[in-house]
Design a protein around this ligand. Sequence first.
Ligand code: C5P
Length: 222
Amino acid sequence: MRRFAVAVDGPAGSGKSTVAKAIAKELGIIYVDTGAMYRTVAYDCIQKGADLSREEEVAACLEEMKMEILPEKGGQRILLNGEDITTKIRTPEIGKGASQVAVYGSVRNHLTRLQQQLAAEHSVIMDGRDIGTVVLPQAEVKIYLDAGVEERARRRVGELEQQGRTADLETVKKEIQARDENDMNRALNPLRCAEDAVRLDSTGLGIEEVKEKILSYIAEKI
Ligand code: C5P
């Protein structure tokens, strides 16, 4: 089969990564979590004590940083200067930092190139905020996955509790709303539903139902 790309965009907690991983596994293609790449930049900057509100400090870290994306069955591991930081970046603080560094052109251009390279080499399902609009505008299938903010906050609390953390629903909801606000209103490549994307609301739907719907769109197009 020829190479193809599935772009999945949507706000935090809409279920993109869970569903995209399951689809990657089922189709035997590569899953690329672009949010993890923005998180890695934030993690590295924070480790180095850089000020995230200054693009030149973030860009300086970016120049020295060696980020490696290792696709694996049903997921992705991410190495920073040889260290596996896949789980270390899954915190609300790093999520907030990712949203801060994601406004800079230097960061977006750098990561967009890496993401385009991965899609040029493999069939991919890639999730993020600007995949269907900017990174892979030629993707064969584009999905915009959304869900109500209450439900997204509940899902995030569940994920955090699974990691052994305690989380307050109202606090998580406020963090998600702040991140949506940032991601939808930034000047560069804001979160938008591409004109040719299928919009899917996962509120009240289980993972299996969303997965089946997306698989049927893929089957129609590929
Ligand atoms: O998806 P995740 O919550 O891990 O993304 C973290 C942050 O990275 C997002 O809130 C967003 O600001 C940024 N991001 C982005 N473009 C992408 C993926 C993520 O701006 N393609």
